[in-house]
Design a protein around this ligand. Structure first.
Ligand SMILES: [Fe+2]
Length: 283
């Protein structure tokens, strides 16, 4: 797949490395463009130094000229939270498909059986989806779902209370009311590094209130969930995300995905979608 010329994709910030793991030169791609990430936290593309930022334990860069700084996560500044970066997982999929899968609660009982969902609790209770114009983000609020094992240390089933946020086309977040401190929420972000239109790596980064679970427990739990998702996401066709209305009749459960696709279309994003000029040949 070729290097994208999509200005919307080029002018965004992307997490491309974990700061704690930067100890050697790494050759990779961003949006199909070759980039080199150095241990001194510099990023170059075609001998050009790219802008960089250090945020949320990651190194961020851009190939273009972003119209704004990287979004904020208020929880990242709260000193009593555990910061848990979970590591990168490579997926043969469009990063946009990965975001959409993260937003989807309907797959919990079937893909994460007896962990994030179980039969007979298969129905997604009604929730609200919206494009928040003032911040230019997609939010889904009042989400609830019966989860047999919400976290690594909660073996009893309970209704999870969730909020989803898409602050950027290639970033998706989950806020989960914390079972041990119900007035507060765990914040979990999924950063996506789009390597090519149909290839990405993704890293969950968590800001947790939980002090009980060991790091190993937390990472193992995330890894099980993520590997289950990878099988689903990599087998979706078309590989890239269609932005036209779905061929299937959308259900109420899909409202966050509908808002996300509408928002991407309004932005004019084509990279990673079936609308990108080069995408037809690549399918
Ligand atoms: Fe999933």
């Amino acid at each position: 797949m070729s290097a994208t010329q999509d200005p919307v994709a080029l002018n965004a910030w992307y997490a491309v490395a974990t700061l704690a793991d930067l100890y050697r030169v790494e050759e990779t791609k961003l949006l199909g463009h070759p980039i080199t990430i150095g241990p001194g936290r510099q990023v170059t593309s075609d001998a050009r130094a790219l802008p960089v930022r250090e945020k949320f334990g990651c190194l961020w860069t851009t190939l273009g000229t972003p119209g704004r700084e990287i979004f904020d996560i208020a929880e990242a500044g709260e000193p009593d939270r555990r910061f848990v970066p979970c590591g990168w997982v490579t997926l043969r999929a469009s990063g946009l498909r990965v975001v959409e899968n993260f937003l989807d609660m309907a797959h919990f009982p079937f893909v994460h059986t007896d962990i994030l969902g179980s039969e007979p609790h298969t129905e997604v209770p009604g929730y609200k989806s919206e494009i928040r114009r003032e911040v230019d983000e997609v939010w889904a609020t009042n989400c609830t779902f019966f989860q047999p094992q919400m976290t690594s240390t909660r073996p009893e089933g309970e209704f999870a209370r969730l909020t989803y946020r898409v602050p950027d086309p290639f970033v998706v977040m989950l806020y989960r009311v914390c079972p041990s401190a119900p007035e507060r929420e765990d914040a979990i972000a999924l950063f996506i590094h789009p390597i090519e239109a149909g290839l990405c790596r993704a890293q969950p980064v968590m800001y947790l209130l939980d002090q009980e679970a060991t790091r190993t427990q937390l990472l193992r739990f995330e890894q099980v969930i993520f590997l289950q998702d990878r099988i689903i996401v990599e087998n979706q066709r078309p590989l890239l995300l269609p932005l036209e209305p779905r061929a299937e009749t959308p259900t109420r459960a899909d409202s966050s995905s509908i808002a996300y696709r509408r928002w991407l279309k309004e932005k004019g994003l084509t990279f990673g979608t079936t609308a990108e000029p080069a995408a037809m040949a690549a399918e």
